[in-house]
Design a protein around this ligand. Structure first.
Ligand SMILES: [Zn+2]
Length: 346
């Protein structure tokens, strides 16, 4: 397999360059790829003004392919590392799913950067020639959304509040990602444009494969969306369900508890969490997240009742959960701060 790539460099930093895939320009042979490029000039405007593109697109052997496992017929999942984004994992820290219908393909979440979207695209292409019709984003966090722009031609789908939330935060997200994974790993990465905003429920038919999308009130974030793959009875929960990786609260602890309760009554028999898994029985797979949120809320209320100020409260809240979770120290204090701010006005 050969594919067309373009070398993009950070403006003003000549050494920081990388080859960026032009999705759609792939062929079995180098000659076919070169002919395709000569035939139809690619649109290079999508790469934005923050990178410079020296030279023309060219063909080369295909690059890395994201690792996917088939957890049900034609439902593939990539398990991200349980880690914070860093230079070693390049931001490959969250789960991604691919559902293949008879007519088209949906991708659910896309990783932290364009390189991940490219690797995902190759992984899809290794399994089907059907077009990717939908890129479904479960919420605004950078480890889920920044590979999306690779899927030119797909409709990018999200919660009705997602576009606004991203507009407010994407500059900060990209800046902090650059410091964590390196600016070179972000070359070519652009924030997604949301084509289809959902408020409530919607179905997407991939051809004999219907996905049921639901948006939720503020919980993990203010723009959480879940997907149910009806054929396989699988709930793709995004970060409403964590496994192994401590839950990260960026919305409302009481809202999240209520949403988890509602989700537990849904028909799916298994769940793909946003981190960990990658597949757990449902609703049992949501129990650990619910337990953590219960302890977080109870400890926060107790600290407030005891008159503890925020700084002292944060050191006490949910400490009993420490041994159950990875990345406890990276997230628990932030969660406690969010919970305290929410519950002190209860
Ligand atoms: Zn998240």
């Amino acid at each position: 397999m050969f594919e067309a790539v373009l070398t993009l460099c950070l403006a003003g930093a000549e050494a920081e360059c990388r080859s960026v895939l032009l999705p759609g320009y792939e062929a079995a042979t180098m000659a076919d790829c070169t002919a395709m490029l000569a035939d139809t000039a690619p649109d290079l405007d999508v790469f934005g003004a923050d990178v410079i593109a020296p030279g023309a697109p060219r063909c080369q052997p295909a690059g890395p392919v994201l690792d996917l496992q088939e957890i049900a017929p034609r439902l593939w999942v990539h398990k991200g590392a349980i880690a914070e984004p860093d230079r070693v994992n390049g931001g490959d820290v969250s789960n991604i799913a691919v559902v293949i219908g008879d007519a088209s393909v949906a991708v659910i979440d896309t990783g932290s950067a364009r390189w991940m979207g490219e690797s995902l695209w190759r992984a899809v292409r290794a399994r089907t020639k059907l077009p990717v019709s939908h890129v479904i984003l479960t919420h605004m966090h950078p480890d889920h959304v920044f590979g999306a722009s690779v899927f030119d031609g797909a409709r990018v789908v999200g919660h009705a509040g997602l576009a606004r939330a991203l507009a407010d935060r994407q500059a900060n997200y990209l800046e902090s990602l650059a410091s964590l994974i390196g600016a070179d790993r972000l070359i070519g990465t652009a924030p997604p444009d949301i084509d289809l905003a959902i408020d409530g429920k919607m179905e997407i038919d991939l051809g004999g494969r219907v996905l049921e999308l639901s948006t939720w009130p503020t919980a993990h974030t203010g723009n959480d969306l879940t997907v149910v793959d009806r054929v396989s009875g699988t709930l793709l929960a995004g970060d409403l369900v964590f496994d192994g990786h401590i839950p990260a609260l960026d919305g409302s602890v009481t809202g999240w508890q209520a949403v988890l309760e509602q989700m537990a009554g849904q028909p799916p028999v298994r769940v793909v969490p946003g981190h960990g898994g990658p597949v757990l029985p449902w609703p049992a797979g949501g129990a650990a997240t619910a337990r953590y949120l219960g302890v977080l809320a109870a400890d926060t209320r107790a600290a407030i009742a005891d008159g503890l100020r925020l700084g002292a409260a944060v050191e006490r809240i949910a400490q009993g959960e420490r041994d159950y979770w990875q990345l406890f120290d990276a997230f628990n204090a932030r969660n406690a701060t969010v919970a305290y701010t929410e519950l002190e006005w209860e």
